[in-house]
Design a binder for this molecule. Structure first.
Ligand SMILES: [Cu+2]
Length: 321
């Protein structure tokens, strides 16, 4: 397909998707522009109704990122110019949130990945006074994307909301790379040690080397020597992963090893994305790991045919290029 045509369709498609989402937001909540925050400096919003409480209990059992709306907060994509991704976080009072706490050095972490777990990006949007977050679009081409907003609203608990965003165009689903304990990115080799156990917290250590030598001068990134995101295959559950130690605490070394504690809720395949900073740039090393009993049934495997019955992915006839 002609590139210009394809890009044109891409931009129009984005406008259409965001336009639709924006319309829903307008109907569902107060649309009045927020001239001034209604915070009174003291009161903390308490979700009152009993059904809200039950909802919260259910949500507490879920991994992050599966819900577009949780605990009164809603992730709302809004119309944006071509080349930009924009969204708001609707607050418990229905208005866009404008106050967020800093977590991991930022007030907002936006993570995107295609539903096939390819195309991962981790970016930090800018907040406009009206509560709109904007960033150069991290959606790198056509596909079914999941966008995660990871944030801590002032006065509320940290949470991660997720929303689907479709970027129209030729769809080429990529098979999930095979599980492995070593990968290369930008000239770095990163190895993974540790066993991912379902239903608990698993220590994972990632070790960075370059040209066969350990990298011992990693640079702090987001308040740590690495930032790890894990997504579950099948539903893109967004898992909590905490780095062990912080730069400057007197015991945490700037590489070559960085250790994380990953909470893995179930058996299955996960994709790990390690962001680390070295040489003034952020690099992302990716791994596929399997927790518990491998769940290969229903998914296509690289280089081979696999049963596709009952799978969302692997529709017969899909090209894997
Ligand atoms: Cu971030």
């Amino acid at each position: 397909m002609n590139t210009v045509t394809r890009l044109g369709g891409f931009a129009l498609g984005l406008a259409a998707v965001f336009g639709a989402a924006y319309g829903i937001g307008q109907v569902a909540g107060p649309a009045a522009p927020v001239a001034e925050s209604s915070h009174d400096g003291g009161a903390v919003h308490q979700p009152g109704p009993a059904d809200q409480g039950e909802h919260d209990e259910a949500a507490d059992r879920l991994p992050g990122g599966l819900l577009v709306s949780d605990r009164g907060y809603t992730l709302e994509p809004v119309a944006a110019p071509a080349g930009e991704f924009a969204f708001r976080i609707g607050g418990p009072d229905g208005r866009p949130m404008t106050r967020f706490d800093v977590a991991h050095d930022k007030r907002m972490h936006l993570i995107v990945a295609r539903r096939d777990l390819s195309g991962f990006r981790h970016v930090h949007p800018d907040l406009a006074p009206d509560g709109t977050w904007r960033v150069a679009t991290p959606l790198a081409g056509p596909g079914q994307w999941r966008a995660f907003a990871d944030f801590a609203p002032t006065g509320g608990e940290p949470l991660t909301l997720g929303v689907d965003v479709t970027v129209p165009g030729p769809l080429a689903e990529r098979p999930l790379p095979a599980p492995g304990t070593s990968t290369t990115v930008d000239g770095y080799t990163v190895t993974l040690t540790g066993v991912v156990r379902p239903g608990g917290t698993s220590p994972l250590t990632l070790t960075v080397s370059r040209d066969g030598r350990p990298v011992t001068d990693l640079e702090p990134y987001l308040g740590a020597y690495g930032h790890l995101v894990a997504l579950r295959r099948g539903d893109l559950a967004y898992l909590h992963v905490h780095p062990e130690g912080t730069p400057g605490d007197g015991r945490t070394r700037p590489g070559p090893a960085v250790t994380f504690l990953a909470e893995v809720p179930s058996a299955g395949s996960y994709r790990l994305y390690l962001d680390f900073r070295h040489g003034g740039s952020v690099h992302t090393a990716e791994f596929t790991v399997v927790a518990g009993t491998p769940t290969t049934g229903g998914y296509p495997t690289p280089g081979g045919s696999a049963p596709t019955e009952g799978a969302d992915h692997g529709t017969p006839g899909h090209g894997h290029n």
